[in-house]
Design a binder for this molecule. Sequence first.
Ligand code: 3HC
Length: 335
Amino acid sequence: MYTQAMDIPDPAQPAPATPDLADPAQLARFEAVLSGGGRIEAQDWMPAAYRKTLLRQISQHAHSEIVGMLPEGNWISRAPSLKRKAILIAKVQDEGGHGLYLYGAAETLGARRADLIDALLAGRAKYSSIFNYPTLGWADVGVIGWLVDGAAIMNQIPLCRCSYGPYARAMIRICKEESFHQRQGYEALLVMMRGTGAQRRMVQDAVDRWWWKCLAMFGPPDADSEHGAQSMRWGIKRMGNDELRQKFIDATVPQAQILGVTLPDPQLKWNDERGHYDHGPIDWEEFRSTLAGDGPCNRERIATRAEAHENGRWVREAALAHARKQQQRAQGAGT
Ligand code: 3HC
């Protein structure tokens, strides 16, 4: 789905072998498309390493959207009003939809969705570090919208120009929806900041807990980014991790001032010479340990996903049985 190309590879078949240098003419065409700013489509020849890195990134992104439903989904039954509950339900459903577009984009590369999900549940696939932290209060829901979705948009807008067509097109709709997510979070926080002292303290506490995690979300510094340089050469990523992180900080500081919260970084300071905000050091040790599975909620998140997957088994089986029956009927009618 969401490929806008009907002739996608059969997901039942393994990904076609595309040895990198099999055909210099194909490689030259691929390079020419990239250097001309064009798009590679699902049916086009691509180097195996390009396919592999796309699959890695797109599937991690899909997993992030699906696991990302959990921290906020936790608050649907405790939203403070009907309006906030309706907004939150819509937002969490959107994230589920994003996961589906992205699994669809991964399938155009020859992956099987069931294998991708197995890899997530078995702990072989990554998803965003940010979803391994707990949502302790209602203000966390607003802060996730403002900061987490704000960081996600900053990272994802350049992906609308990704060189792989199905991924780029999926990102356009995702970014539009993320923009609503960011605004609803900011608006919810504005309301709390105009409320009681206790509400303002809740917002500040949530900002203190999420700020540094959001900065780490952009990935390791460029110097330590294993895939960054190659992904930029291929036009998969259009900006480096550090540049996006800086753009996010620069955009967020004025928003924090309007909101009336303090960002928890004593070294955060405008630098006239650079034309950017300077910031303090990010705790990369903590980031690495969260990626390794030792964040506060890693085990809980995967266990919840595994349970949901198991509970949905009968739905998948029923849908497949129905599809098979329809197919048999259609074949019967054709003979
Ligand atoms: N969380 C988990 N893993 C991360 C990470 C993070 N925040 N940042 C980097 N990593 C991982 C990489 O996946 C890579 O691991 P791998 O080799 O096992 O795949 C390793 O750390 C090294 O990092 P690199 O910089 O070399 O990796 P990339 O070049 O792939 O850059 C990225 C990382 C910037 C996250 C890039 O993959 C990307 O832009 N991905 C698409 C966007 C995405 O996945 N966003 C996740 C959040 S989605 C979301 O927030 C949903 C929304 O609704 C809130």
